[in-house]
Design a protein around this ligand. Structure first.
Ligand code: URA
Length: 208
């Protein structure tokens, strides 16, 4: 599987409140956190489980568990932060890594300026970034992660452009993309339209 669009009405509802330009930063952060938490069961439908015999207060049985330590969330700073909070509510035992990537305004080229990653070898790694615009940020992030030999690479993005999706599918067919909505396209400044605007600014610096 390379691409799955998460066509869930409740997820779409929350995303479309994010789109509205009057939605304030505190509400945006909560919505992104909720969207990430609600997306986790959809992303993790087919993950390996372990069966363990346990005691409940009233009996004994064989029940399914997930090995939380087999997962790592990699947050693209800064807009991925609320998504990380939501993802960690689903899997608190997962590892966490950070990549700070910024697009140069002149040519939209992605530039990495901070990296802090745990061991990814054999792990299921989930990249968290609200936007998949040109694909430059995700492409750079994947080129940092792949040499660390993860077992599986997943990207969760809320809004994507058709050209960004096409680029990632053709350059990284081994990566599973989970996206809430593929919008119309990109404007000349590299923003997704209709999109959500500059999500990092809207989440953290509006009103400063
Ligand atoms: N980054 C954003 O914050 N918004 C876009 O539309 C594209 C990239």
């Amino acid at each position: 599987m390379a691409l799955r669009v998460l066509n869930n009405p409740l997820l779409k509802h929350k995303l479309n409140i994010v789109r509205q330009k009057q939605t304030p930063p505190d509400k945006l952060r909560t919505l992104l956190e909720e969207i990430a938490l609600m997306s986790m069961p959809l992303i993790f439908e087919d993950i390996p489980i372990r069966v363990e015999r346990i005691e409940t207060p009233t009996g004994v049985g064989d029940f399914e568990f997930v090995e939380e330590e087999d997962f790592v969330f990699v947050c693209i700073l800064r807009a991925g932060l609320p998504l990380l909070n939501g993802a960690l509510q689903a899997l608190p035992g997962a590892g966490v890594g950070f990549l700070a990537i910024k697009r140069k305004e002149q040519n939209l080229e992605a530039e990495l300026f901070y990296k802090r990653l745990p061991s990814l070898e054999g792990k299921c790694v989930v990249l968290l970034d609200p936007m998949l615009a040109t694909g430059g940020t995700l492409n750079l992030a994947l080129s940092e992660l792949k040499p660390l030999k993860p077992k599986r690479l997943i990207s969760l993005n809320l809004v994507a452009s058709p050209e960004g999706v096409e680029r990632i599918i053709s350059e990284h067919p081994d990566v599973d993309l989970f996206i809430l909505n593929i919008d119309e396209g990109l404007n000349p400044a590299g923003y997704i339209v209709p999109g959500v605007g500059d999500i990092g600014d809207r989440l953290f610096t509006e009103g400063l």
